[in-house]
Design a protein around this ligand. Sequence first.
Ligand code: PMP
Length: 354
Amino acid sequence: MSKFFSKKYDSLEAYTPGEQPRDQQYVKLNTNESPFPPAPQVVKAATEEAGRLQLYSDPESANVTRAVAERYGVEPENVLMVNGSDEILNFAFMAFGDADHPFVFPDISYGFYPVFAEVNHVPYREIPLKENFTIGVEDYCNVNANVVIANPNAPTGLLLSVEQIEQIVASNPDHVVIIDEAYIDFGGVSCIPLIQKYDNLLVTQTFSKSRSLAGGRLGYGIASAELIRDLNTIKYSTNPYNVNRMTAACGKAAIEADDYYQKNAKTIAANRAFTTSALRARDFEILPSAANFIFVKPPFCSGEELYLGLKQRGVLIRHWNKPRIAPWCRITIGTLEQMQALLHAIDKMMEESK
Ligand code: PMP
């Protein structure tokens, strides 16, 4: 830290993204990206738009906003496009959090939530997941705080029903409830329709996972027009051109290629079922996942040993050295070939551990 770094960030611990190593070709199952490329018309849209990069992007991202609004049956005033859903989550902490409006979220969830709270000096409380890693819905009812929940949760993959989410939203009418649906397309039901009934609900989604656009950086929030206006105030106070021209064009083309992405999401769900049963047959403990990853506990070694052993064999997965989840690892679901490479590497490790 330089002598110039503001003291207000003294205790800030930055978020650690999953590794993106360049030293060798890994079977990359560590950052929940899609193994499938963007649809051809998305690549075409990016190429065409590249020729207009001398011009600023549309600060309203009107074309892709309209496409997203139509796709989800809401009005454009209910949608805010952002530079990856991380950006709207940060905007939400900025817009709605302060000493009188703290945040609560599960103790085991997306590791960025406490960082957004810290960087914006928003007080927060982490609510422990139950022993079986599920979210206790009653723990989030009448909490007198803003709430953020990933649904399905990460890294567990466990899903709450729309009815459970509604209970939380309805019981906190004076606070904002953010439902982070980054992984909803792999087996969950979105709670977007609830925004018509509740003015305190913000649903965030991303193009990074089911729509194969992690490197394009595109996400969005859907909420009441009032909440979207507040978030726009933050956006226009930080980065009005937050979505670049190429990405906005890709986003619109991706919405138009919905069939392609829905088919890919189904393939991921099938590969998830295949991998889950193959690992269960090898005595792994696995939580039932609605996401494009599974949370697994190996029977023959620690979580860290599984992570390191697989890395050595060219397969990257994610492990956290944190209380409760240290024996577990998160594995992104990829193509069937990638899953077979994973199983092959695990079998080698199991043999050697005998
Ligand atoms: N929410 C969750 C739960 C995530 O795992 C991620 C991906 N790291 C994000 C949000 C943010 O994704 P992006 O900024 O790429 O939209």
